[in-house]
Design a protein around this ligand. Structure first.
Ligand code: PMP
Length: 293
């Protein structure tokens, strides 16, 4: 991945892709003092770009550091990177981390570095193919309590258990893992939020120890505009037995139906299809993504 063509925005400059390197004694690498974002460009415009960069800034503050660039400057950087690489439909990955000046747990004065990379996003499956649904299995790892980790931050360290859970799921032939939280309630997937449909109503866990995803909030608004009731509450895994449809939401997965969580089977139906299409239409609507950004 690091031997590509192209440029990456690195501390205020566009550098050749292969030169966007950092030192092995980087604090962010050793102690996970890093925060990042995941965004998508549709037709040359990043959907809700400023919201993503505001979250990047908030994530950094939650890890005790401030970004040396404003949200507006990072918005500009993302647009510059997309343009310089000629990317129209792509993925944008900003990241900020503590540098390598001092090595040790304490690194109060290490430089805060920021980079923004972007790459083409491979053509996604058709809505029909996506409606087949993905297969999930329960993870062994649980989302930590808000007083155990800075759970509102999109912090690199919080992804350690996501990678472990996703790898374990893939090793068993599943696509993704369902993570419970420290109380045993349904939390989310390894990189997406989750919705359950019961008797025509949408239920989604209250985001009190995991990311309140930008896609999650967008889909809640779309659902309510369409007259569906959306209930945010604590949901125990036993409830999967009386759930008719399940889908995930996230920048990368958009709206992705789920066909199976271990022994529980679901058939993506009318509501999932309706919201999947509504989200596709919203993000791909010419002009709208631009004004939303
Ligand atoms: N939870 C986790 C763990 C994630 O990585 C993501 C993706 N950023 C989400 C939820 C969904 O967030 P968003 O809709 O803002 O992409």
């Amino acid at each position: 991945f690091d031997a590509r063509e192209g440029v990456i925005w690195f501390n205020g400059e566009l550098v050749p892709w292969q030169d966007a390197k950092l030192h092995v004694l980087t604090h962010g690498l050793h102690y996970a003092s890093a925060v990042f974002e995941g965004e998508r460009s549709y037709g040359g415009h990043v959907f809700k770009m400023t919201e993503h960069h505001e979250r990047l800034q908030a994530s950094a503050e939650l890890l005790g550091f401030s970004l040396p660039y404003s949200v507006t400057e990072i918005d500009r950087a993302a647009n510059e990177v997309l343009k310089a690489n000629g990317i129209v439909d792509g993925y944008v990955r900003p990241i900020a981390w503590r540098g390598s000046e001092m090595m040790g747990v304490s690194a109060q004065h290490n430089r805060i570095n920021v980079a923004v990379a972007a790459w083409e996003w491979p053509a996604y499956f058709s809505p029909e193919a996506r409606l087949q649904g993905i297969r999930m299995t329960l993870a062994d790892w649980r989302r930590p309590a808000p007083d155990t980790a800075p759970t509102r931050s999109k912090a690199a360290g919080l992804y350690m258990i996501c990678t472990l859970s996703k790898h374990a799921a893939e090793a068993k032939g599943f696509n993704d893992a369902l993570m419970l939280d420290y109380r045993g309630q349904i939390a989310e997937a390894t990189g997406a939020n989750i919705f359950l449909i019961q008797e025509g109503k949408l239920h989604t866990p209250t985001p009190d120890c995991f990311l309140d995803g930008i896609t999650r909030r967008t889909v809640i608004d779309l659902a309510r505009e369409r007259g569906y009731e959306v209930i945010e509450r604590a949901i125990m895994p036993e409830e999967l037995a009386r759930t008719q449809e399940v889908f995930l939401t996230g920048t990368a997965v958009e709206v992705t139906p789920v066909s199976e969580i271990d022994d529980y089977k679901f058939t993506p139906g009318e509501i999932t299809r309706d919201l999947l299409t509504a989200y596709d239409d919203l993000v791909r609507q010419p002009g709208l993504a631009a004004s939303a950004a």
